[in-house]
Design a protein around this ligand. Structure first.
Ligand code: GLA
Ligand code: ZN
Length: 678
């Protein structure tokens, strides 16, 4: 099963009519009509209404809400409603609330707050999902199921401890194997009974918070276990839905680059991926591009849903900037350009009270349609309606892959040494940004992905190398491709134990280098790196981490300029088979990373159509019938005129575009060109 079947991009979002009297619903649907809203997500936080007591299910209100949406011709993404548990549940079963990292048992409050291992939570959340599905599966307005909401966080209670021990027994079989994997001869940790094992928390292995642990292997396994425990909750509810709804697709809303949950492990259990996009500021285009690509990579390139975005501002940050005019439209199209087959908002009407009363909404507290935000929402609705289904199911034809790996992220950031300042997302973002600015389409894929279709594979901070990955990367180079990796790659195995070999471990033959020493410094220390030779030489900055490279076959592409290792390699390229392995040993600045990636992309003729206009984003999607769709997105507030590179029809205006002739994009403008014709 794949995506919900629709004839246009579903447009709408989270809608909570249970917060309002029915007269307001009337007004809402009139406004939804005006904005061409065709899809609503219902019931995300309705548990206390649908089940007011353990033995009482009451669907009266949800029935009315669903009936009204259906009668008004909307499609429904229907939630199971288990993202927040009701007060009676916490009171009756105190085990349902979580124990935090400091060991404090929480009491009723907030949301996303249920212990994933609690039998009461598992039983009752599953039963609620079963009943919701049974009741509404036959309603033709229901398009998809939305399980829970933004799974995340962690619990450290006794039930989770017991679950962790079971999970470990399953994974390791024997205590000997576990002791070996966790390296427990260090600091007298040899376990002689499974019951001795504690969740790693502030009371046990940690100090100074969740990233500082005495035993990386234990913490890493707890992260894996917690991610899987919550996956079990999702799977429980999905299975209950399936009993009465064999055909409707199921999803849950992810959060992009969210560290606690390994979305790659979850993805096979979702019919389609969806995510909530809340960028921190106006300047997030590159970061969002990466996150969309990551979400598209979850289901092997299958389109995803943009499940939530704010039309204007969020409320959860200390400072919540307003999206400038045109930005919501531009970012919605950016999502579509990267594979979104739905554009949905949080939220349709602003809640009157509680923590999200100042969160942006399509309809504000005054219920007006003559606001700027509503107008922009309505204009985008009209545009999406005119576009119809042209983009649905379209795929990204990428020749470049970037590896993203939760295990490497975890291992790198819970490591003592070499540097707490090297953050996985920063490194990944710099490499993704370089490719994105150069205009090459790229996939962000798990380390288990099939790499045989890519010309270039970029593996930033690939700290952990598992299974046959090193061999599959070598195969990319052998057949003429290029593999790029960086400092702090190839360091540890799946248990976070160092390879008993030269760094970068199993990647060393491909990279043709050996690292014996590395130097970490604060952000104020810059070591200039000279890249290239002859007239093309440039000097860039490097910071935070400086590995000292001994080439064992690689040629030197860049050298450090200062300190006792001045004149030694900082960037190398190794001829391997018919291709290359590039090793970037220093924390290069963006200019340096871009210099490296452009050389790589040029070699494979993969630079995009406007590589020197980084604010002009290009993205291609290929529709199921083979039609090529080229998106041009101007992230600058100023207009830009460029020669068209393709001939076809610009679908948002209907204008003809002819290759070689100029096309103009207004500030924050979008063009969507369907290639074809002369
Ligand atoms: C998340 C949640 C929503 C809402 C928004 C606000 O994405 O899923 O319920 O809280 O954040 O930004
Ligand atoms: Zn728990």
């Amino acid at each position: 099963m794949t995506l919900p079947a629709t004839t246009r991009i579903p447009y709408g979002g989270d809608y909570n009519p249970e917060q309002w009297p029915e007269e307001v619903w009337e007004q809402d649907y009139r406004l939804f009509d005006a904005a061409r809203i065709d899809t609503v997500t219902l019931g995300v936080f309705d548990w206390a209404l649908t089940q007011p007591a353990e033995d009482v299910y009451d669907f009266t209100l949800l029935d009315r809400i669903v009936e009204r949406a259906a009668a008004q011709g909307r499609r429904i993404c229907l939630a199971t409603g288990t993202g927040a548990h009701p007060p009676w549940l916490a009171r009756r079963y105190p085990e349902v609330t979580r124990v935090d990292f400091e060991g404090r048992r929480h009491r009723f409050g907030q949301r996303h707050n249920s212990c994933p291992s609690s039998p009461a939570f598992r039983r009752l959340s599953t039963e609620l999902a079963r009943r919701v599905a049974r009741r509404y599966a036959g309603n033709p307005a229901v398009l998809a199921w939305h399980v829970g909401n933004e799974y995340g966080g962690a619990c450290y209670c006794e039930l989770c401890a017991a679950g962790f021990r079971d999970w470990l027994r399953e994974r390791y079989g024997t205590l000997d194997a576990l002791n070996t994997a966790w390296y427990t001869t260090f600091w007298a940790h040899t376990f002689t009974d499974w019951a001795e094992i504690e969740p790693p928390s502030a009371l046990t292995e940690h100090w100074r918070g969740p990233d500082h642990t005495a035993f990386q292997g234990i913490t890493l396994d707890y992260l894996r276990f917690m991610s899987e425990a919550m996956l079990t909750n999702f799977r429980d509810e999905s299975a209950a839905i399936r009993e009465s709804s064999p055909d409707l697709p199921i999803t849950t809303n992810f959060m992009g680059m969210y560290r606690p949950i390994d979305y790659h492990r979850w993805a096979p259990y979702l019919d389609f991926a969806s995510w909530d996009n809340y960028p921190p500021d106006d300047d997030s285009a590159a970061r969002m591009a990466l996150t969309h690509d990551l979400m598209r990579g979850l289901k092997d390139g299958q389109p995803f849903w943009l499940m939530e975005q704010t039309p204007s501002f969020t409320a959860c940050r200390d400072v919540n900037p307003l999206k400038r005019p045109g930005l919501m439209r531009l970012w919605s199209w950016q999502a579509v350009a990267h594979g979104a087959d739905a554009v949905l908002f949080f939220q349709m009407r602003a809640s009157r009270g509680a923590s999200e009363k100042y969160h942006g909404a399509v309809i504000g507290h005054a219920g007006r349609s003559d606001t700027r935000v509503f107008r922009e929402v309505a204009e985008l609705g009209a545009e999406l309606e005119r576009l119809g289904g042209a983009t649905l199911g379209a795929r990204t034809p990428a020749r470049v892959a970037l590896l993203f790996d939760w295990d490497s992220w975890w291992a790198l950031e819970i490591s003592d040494g070499p540097s707490r300042l090297v953050r996985y997302q920063d490194v990944v973002q710099a490499y993704h940004r370089a490719i994105w600015e150069a205009g090459a389409d790229l996939d962000v894929v798990p380390v288990t992905a099939d790499l045989s279709g890519y010309d270039v594979v970029v593996a930033p901070a690939l700290h952990m190398v598992k299974g046959d990955l090193a061999e599959r990367l070598a195969a990319v180079a052998r057949r003429g491709g290029t593999v790029v990796t960086t400092f702090l790659s190839g360091r540890v195995d799946e248990h976070d134990q160092a390879f008993l070999a030269d760094v970068p471990g199993p990647l060393a033959p491909l990279m043709g280098v050996r690292i014996d020493e590395w130097d970490a410094r604060g952000p104020e220390v810059v070591n200039p790196v000279r890249l290239g030779t002859g007239p093309d030489t440039v000097e860039v900055a490097s910071r935070l981490l400086f590995e000292l490279v001994i080439p064992t076959g690689a040629e030197v592409v860049g050298e450090y300029r200062s300190d006792f290792y001045a004149g030694t390699p900082a960037v190398t390229r190794n001829a391997y088979g018919a291709g290359h392995g590039w090793y970037v040993a220093a924390g290069l600045d963006q200019a340096g990373v871009s210099w490296v990636l452009r050389r790589v992309l040029e070699r494979h003729d993969l630079l995009g159509p406007y590589p020197d206009l980084p604010a002009l984003e290009t993205a291609v999607r290929v529709a199921p019938d083979g039609t090529r769709l080229t998106f041009l997105l101007n992230h600058d507030a100023e207009p830009v005129t460029v020669p068209a590179r393709v001939t076809g029809v610009e679908l948002l205006s209907g204008d003809r575009v002819i290759a070689g002739e100029p096309v103009r994009l207004p500030g924050r403008g979008v063009l969507l060109i369907r290639q074809g014709g002369q």
